[in-house]
Ligand binder design. Structure first.
Ligand SMILES: NC(=O)c1ccc[n+]([C@@H]2O[C@H](COP(=O)([O-])OP(=O)(O)OC[C@H]3O[C@@H](n4cnc5c(N)ncnc54)[C@H](O)[C@@H]3O)[C@@H](O)[C@H]2O)c1
Ligand SMILES: O=CCCC(=O)O
Length: 524
């Protein structure tokens, strides 16, 4: 029985093809399936890359393990690809580019809309795959699918609004036009913390603009990307328009950088890697956008509504177990509200439920791996050694492995690692301040500038401080600010360019100036 037939049978019976898939060698499908067999549509599970519309292995057969961070379980293996496969993917994307870019915007829009519909239809399965490989609680994972699909819907609409311009000419015999054209083949490199949304935030505007793309998802979380790509194929997105390679990040990145056909690099990840890519892109002068790390301050003023501040800080800090680039990293609390805030915040944090993201009621999943756990431990130890006090948590969770207790530290100061670096874990350090001026100074005292948060009931103060913060995004009385319709991005070393919103598509477009001369004046 072929894999497609197994899928049809399983669909017809309303069952998954668990037994069959385990027993048969399945070309193009699962080699080891474990808990992934509980998907409603097993056809979403792919463990090969996608090049020119074909599910592909590494040329030398090498593979890479994908594990569940909550249990350590081996979920599957995927090809360990490198420069060779990246060059094939670039060739496929280049070949697909002329036809894709010549299609009407309305046509591309329809295909993106179909992809959006399919992503939502399969949101439970996509969420399950995401929880298995990334660890976030299932409800949060399904939330990410909705969020990620939102970019596809938005750019299905924006595709039709890529308008050029006519500029009044200063010369009677000349006319001046501005065309917007797709930049060409795009290389996208994405992180593990948002295995779907960081991909659709790049792929959807690229495809809407008429570009073709090669995506390299994080090696820790390739399965959600592959499932989304399966749905893109089902939606009718032509072979070669969307390609996925994974494996040796350095080799894949280098092949993208070296290629003269790749005209644009879009990266989300750490600032260190972003800087390397920026240097690499210089060799062929590629357009580049970077969404990098953050060090978000959250300023709680004396006049904040305590309940709103606690709820907002909780959401902004502990989303995805603190593993979000926009997660609050430093909580700056004014003198007059410090004790009351600390008390109420600790109470709320103590109620978070840690566990395997597939279990009901869990709000805090594991950290992605042992290295992430060690970083969190190191930050807490460093803070405590410099005078911080643990108000709750402060150690590995009794579940073991990659679980860490949701933690609040008081008496944090600007000489601690946790003040300087992104902790990327469930730890909130409270820093006491006296004046508005001091809060702004502390908040801006970092090379990062992604997101920031303010809690105050004073509207004038909210505006004033928002204007003074050197950050690309500011939440006022709100801890969850991400949405596909708003421009997402950072200042300083948090990145270049903006994603999402009506502005995000500009990153995938070139402006071309056309001057029409010899316009003879025939009318009187
Ligand atoms: N600003 C944003 O929108 C945003 C969003 C999500 C995550 N992030 C940041 O990402 C970081 C966490 O993600 P991460 O640990 O996956 O980051 P990372 O930089 O280690 O990896 C990101 C991606 O880059 C690849 N990569 C690593 N080295 C590379 C190289 N030399 N050449 C080419 N590719 C390379 C990885 O395989 C992965 O796919 C955090 O700093 C977080 O703040 C930022
Ligand atoms: O990790 C960073 C991106 C998360 C988001 O889009 O809110």
């Amino acid at each position: 029985m072929t894999y497609t037939k197994i899928r049809r049978v399983s669909d017809a019976l309303g069952l998954v093809a668990i037994a069959a898939a385990r027993l048969l060698p399945l070309p193009g499908a699962a080699r080891q399936m474990g808990t992934l067999t509980q998907l409603k549509d097993i056809g979403l599970f792919h463990s090969q890359g996608l090049i020119g519309g074909r599910w592909s292995d590494a040329h030398d057969g090498r593979t890479l393990s994908v594990n569940n961070p909550a249990t350590g379980e081996l979920l599957t293996t995927v090809p360990f690809m490198g420069g060779v496969e990246t060059q094939h993917a670039i060739a496929a994307a280049s070949e697909a580019f002329p036809a894709w870019s010549r299609r009407t915007a309305a046509d591309r829009s329809k295909l993106l809309r179909k992809w959006f519909d399919l992503l939502l239809t399969h949101k439970d399965d996509l969420g399950r795959i995401m929880t298995l490989e990334q660890g976030k609680p299932l409800a949060e994972a399904i939330g990410e699918v909705t969020y990620g699909a939102g970019f596809v819907e938005l750019y299905a609409e924006e595709a039709k609004r890529v308008c050029g311009d006519i500029i009044p000419s200063p010369y009677p015999e000349k006319r001046i036009f501005v065309l917007k054209q797709p930049v060409g083949v795009v290389g996208a490199i994405t992180p593990w913390n948002f295995p779907l949304a960081m991909i659709t935030r790049k792929v959807a505007p690229a495809l809407a603009a008429g570009c073709t793309i090669i995506v390299k998802p994080a090696e820790l979380t390739p399965l959600t990307a592959l499932a989304a790509a399966e749905l893109a194929l089902q939606a009718g997105i032509p072979p070669g328009v969307l390609n996925i390679v994974m494996g040796d990040a350095v080799e894949i990145g280098a092949a993208m950088m070296a290629s003269t056909e790749v005209r644009k690099i879009t990266f989300t990840g750490s600032t260190g890697v972003g800087k390397k890519l920026m240097a690499g892109a210089a060799g062929t002068v590629k357009k580049i956008s970077l969404e990098l790390g953050g060090n978000a301050p959250c300023i709680i003023f004396d006049d904040a509504n305590l309940e709103v501040a606690v709820k907002g800080t909780l959401a902004g800090k502990y989303r995805n177990t603190g593993q979000t680039c926009v997660c609050i990293n430093r909580v700056l609390v004014q003198d007059g509200i410090y004790e009351r805030f600390a008390h109420a915040f600790v109470k709320a944090v103590s109620q978070l439920q840690v566990g395997n993201g597939l279990e009901n009621g869990v709000t805090q999943g594991p950290l992605i791996n042992e290295a992430a756990l060690l970083k969190v431990e190191n930050h807490v130890q460093d803070a405590v050694s410099k005078g911080a006090k643990v108000l709750t948590g402060g150690k590995r969770h009794s579940l073991g492995r990659t679980f860490y207790e949701p933690t609040v530290l008081s008496h944090a100061t600007d000489d601690m690692l946790i003040f300087r670096e992104e902790v990327f874990g469930p730890v909130a350090p409270l820093v006491r301040f006296k004046t508005e001026e001091e809060a702004i100074k502390l908040a801006n005292d970092t090379e990062f500038g992604l997101s920031s948060y303010i809690f105050t009931e004073n509207i004038a103060r909210g505006w004033r401080v928002a204007e003074a913060l050197e950050y690309g995004m500011v939440g006022i009385n709100e801890g969850l600010i991400s949405t596909e319709v708003a421009p997402f991005g950072g200042m300083k070393q948090s990145g270049l360019g903006r994603e999402g919103s009506k502005y995000g598509i500009d990153e995938y477009l070139e402006l071309k100036y056309v001057c029409l001369g010899n316009m003879k004046q025939t009318l009187p």
